[in-house]
Design a protein. Structure first.
Length: 72
């Protein structure tokens, strides 16, 4: 039997775990940061930048509600 195969499988499991742990930490940090005054200011600045465009994309009440739901 090949002894390298189980070792490779363990490395794959480890890298997947590491990926999901890091992804979870990143999402959590982004959620926390968006609730801080600085995070709220960034969201407000983005909303203002979007609304100042005369043509194309227009920020509507529906889209504002969507942005608020993404803040978690």
């Amino acid at each position: 039997m090949d002894s390298k195969k189980p070792e490779a499988n363990e490395k794959t499991k480890s890298s997947r775990r590491t990926f999901f742990i890091r992804a979870g930490v990143t999402v959590g940090a982004a959620a926390v940061a968006s609730q801080t005054p600085l995070g709220q200011a960034v969201v407000q600045n983005v909303a203002e930048a979007v609304t100042t465009k005369p043509d194309g994309y227009h920020l509507t009440a529906h889209i504002k509600k969507y942005y608020q739901t993404t803040l978690v």
